[in-house]
Ligand binder design. Sequence first.
Ligand code: FAD
Length: 457
Amino acid sequence: MATTPLHVIIIGAGTGGLCLAQGLRRAGVSVAVYERDRTRRDGLQGYRVGIDADGKRALRANLSPELYETFLATCAQRPLYGNQMTHEKKFLFSAGPDVLKDEDQPSEEDKDESVSRMTLRQVLLTGVEDIVHFDKEFTRYEQHADGSVTAHFADGASSTGSLLVGAEGANSRVRKQYLPHAKLVDTGLVGITGKTPLTEETRALLPREVMEGVTMVHGPKGFMCIFHVMRFKWDEEGKPKRGIGSTDAEAIAAWPGMLYDNSRDYIMWGFAASEKWLPSDVSRLRGAEIQQLVLEKTADWHPDFRRIFSLGDPGSSFPLVMRTSEPIDQWQTRNVTLIGDAIHTMTPGRGVGANTALRDARLLARKLAAVHRGEQPLLDAVHAYETTMTSYAWDAVIKSRAQMDGHSVMHRGDLIGALARGGMRTAMRTMNHLPPLKRKIVAAESGFRGAGRADED
Ligand SMILES: Cc1cc2nc3c(=O)[nH]c(=O)nc-3n(C[C@H](O)[C@H](O)[C@H](O)COP(=O)(O)OP(=O)(O)OC[C@H]3O[C@@H](n4cnc5c(N)ncnc54)[C@H](O)[C@@H]3O)c2cc1C
């Protein structure tokens, strides 16, 4: 197998692919990224992604220190409250900064961040624009006897390198060709997301804890909606807001990505329901039609929540049929590998899909840097990456799925479903009135989840 000179071809300029490209570039490894979107502004709906301790560690490792500062500056203000509410807009549970003691808090470095997907992509593109090729839709690859691999694109172009990395998300064509037995399965749950601009009117519809927090609303039939209020550190014109720290202000003012970003303060909402309550063509609905569907399904919800749905930007609304990978046995290592959703799509409830993609990017970049330095043969490095990645990724896939399955009884339309929902509400109200228990729950939720990663170092 030819291992030198190492040239890595990445398919997909998403979260994992770009973080990997950043890490390889910093390590001096030759790398090129091929992305189906026509330009850097296309394709990504602006939903919010939570970046946890794992994700931050990966970004810190792969980005230059200046770009990591820009990442931090372009995150939204951190949520202070975790809330659970009924669809009638009544609190079941609410925990704010007063609940946690100092010793429960993760370190500043490990605290969760909220970022717009579009903003994160612009950050990750900064400084690697010259190696990211847009309007290149990957179709298939071909392996050669000399150990090289060629990626082919829909426009007839091709590119040859020593390693092909499929980072093109859940519908990965690299995976379908390489590991055709790796399947995605439907979970029976459909999400509909949307974005409503934060204005004087929409601000007045939500209580302070919701404005400054993350809120899950529980409705009849197991319908749910999550609200994230995204307040950024820049104003309508993209200029640093008054009162933010000077490091953030400087990073925002100096950041060329702001020219391409469209993130202004907004309320992100994600409605979810079992597919049995939705029209069979829900996955084809878009914009005003899908927004109308949310309004129909929430006819008995509080008018303030419905007003937020109706004021949403129709262009931001789209359905998501939630799917999950099924773990497979480890395969024989070759000069093709996979990172992120391309190999381990997971249900979104635990919010770790992007973080696991970032973790892959950190791990693979480290392994390939060692190959570049001549310390390890390419296939040994790829094998080591795949062994570690599959152990933590399948664990995350299984836990995410179990969390979703645990809620499935809530979606039943019969007495058992009604009892389960009633029981859940009573339990939350009770916990809300027991401060020690409340603290325990919140500490477990916000605790440092990234401990014990020595295996990757
Ligand atoms: C509503 C929602 C909320 C979420 N919230 C969170 C969260 O809070 N925290 C979290 O960790 N995760 C979250 N996730 C999951 C997270 O978004 C994904 O796990 C993550 O984006 C996966 O990153 P990736 O790099 O593997 O793929 P992606 O970011 O999906 O990137 C794939 C890229 O490949 C490109 N591509 C696709 N096909 C081709 C092709 N044939 N040729 C070339 N390019 C191609 C795509 O255009 C895209 O740019 C959420 C997901 C959803 C849907």
